[in-house]
Design a protein around this ligand. Structure first.
Ligand code: SAH
Length: 356
């Protein structure tokens, strides 16, 4: 089956042309797909044509298997079902400036970070560009049903998976996001988070796409970083920062460093000070993340006071930093947790129930 969501307008028109359909049909189908419609909703396409398309192709690669809306702040956690029975998570967050959707880029993850729930069973497979877009189509459809005129305006690649470990499809996805008759987002509204796959950061810089690069740093030195992040055995913080400086020069965008505070590991004032030394003079921002304690991992978060003290050290050293707001606390907002809960508490295998 051809996954049409992963084709740009020209490619889709070409695909339709190969089947004897005029170019304008390709444009129509493209617009429908990016509005989240399935073939049976494409009312300006003749019925027999839709029927033929359905036999060969998939319009919507993602459907919502489960959704949970926070009573506290309107955050929505989705469990997205994929056609092969796998599932991934997404989180929709409402801000003053718009609606942000956190999407997954892989089923599972092979990076092995010790604090993360997504990586507990390793990587199952990469998502396709069409599936990443499909997560947005599905979220937009959900927003349509709520009827407040909201649409996804910002996208963060921070769900399950390592985006730079699925480089080609992620780049294709980013380019598709900009398509005029599609989601039509400025890539300035897109953030990509990585654990620091250095060669791919240089590749990304060369693409000249103005996405905000976020680095999951979580430590002020390699020794501490290696204790929770296996990727730190391959690339040093020095190499990551060098790549970030290159990225900043090439794109003019500041880099964001994510730092989850873990009790007894990286959260003391000494570590804050070491972090400040590391980042001095860099065009960057530090996002302090309260650790979401994962049942299977034996790491503890820190108190409010510890966060404040850490933040103060950074501020005193003129490092731009904020504490990340916690949204969706009542709905298993953290990466990987809803999927795990659904899969492992209801069934014994690692697949979701089929979407169809
Ligand atoms: N693989 C990418 C993107 C996915 S994870 C990356 O590593 O950046 C998104 C962010 O959530 C990363 O900063 C990750 O380190 C962080 N994270 C994962 N598990 C967490 C947990 N239990 N508590 C707090 N942050 C966590």
């Amino acid at each position: 089956m051809e996954e049409l969501a992963g084709l740009n307008r020209e490619e889709l028109t070409g695909w339709m042309k190969d089947r004897g359909y005029p170019a304008f049909r390709g444009k129509q189908v493209f617009a429908w797909i990016h509005r989240g419609a399935d073939f049976d909703e494409m009312t300006n396409i003749p019925k027999d044509m839709r029927e033929k398309l359905r036999q060969e192709a998939v319009a919507q690669p993602v459907s919502i298997q489960l959704q949970r809306e926070s009573a506290l702040d309107g955050t929505v956690k989705f469990l997205f079902a994929l056609k092969d029975g796998n599932c991934v998570e997404g989180v929709l967050m409402r801000y003053k400036y718009g609606v942000s959707l956190c999407i997954s880029t892989q089923v599972g993850c092979r990076m092995g970070c010790k604090f993360c729930a997504s990586t507990l069973e390793g990587k199952v497979r990469d998502l396709t560009a069409g599936e990443m877009l499909g997560e947005i189509f599905a979220a937009n459809r959900f927003l349509d049903t709520e009827g407040n005129g909201e649409k996804v305006s910002h996208v963060v690649l921070m769900g399950s998976g390592e985006p730079l470990d699925n480089y080609e499809q992620v780049i294709r996805f980013l380019r598709l996001l900009r398509e005029e008759d599609g989601i039509h987002l400025s890539l300035r509204n897109v953030s990509l988070s990585t654990c620091g796959i250095v060669p791919r950061i240089y590749d990304l810089a060369a693409e000249k796409l103005p996405v905000t690069l976020c680095i999951s740093l979580h430590a002020p030195n390699d020794e501490i970083r290696r204790r929770t992040m296996p990727v730190a055995n391959t690339w040093s913080i020095r190499e990551i920062l060098e790549a970030c400086r290159h990225y900043i020069r090439e794109t003019g965008r500041r880099v964001i460093f994510e730092y989850a505070l873990v009790d007894g590991l990286n959260a003391g004032e000494a570590q804050a000070s070491e972090l400040a030394d590391l980042l001095r003079g860099m065009q960057c921002h530090v996002n302090l993340i309260p650790l979401n304690e994962v049942k299977e991992r034996h790491l503890k978060g820190v108190s409010e006071d510890t966060v404040s003290a850490f933040l103060k050290v950074l501020e005193d050293r003129h490092i731009s930093a904020t504490r990340r707001r916690e949204l969706g606390d009542d709905i298993e907002g953290a990466c990987g947790q809803l999927r795990r809960k659904t899969i492992f508490e209801s069934r014994s295998d690692t697949r979701c129930e089929s979407s169809t």
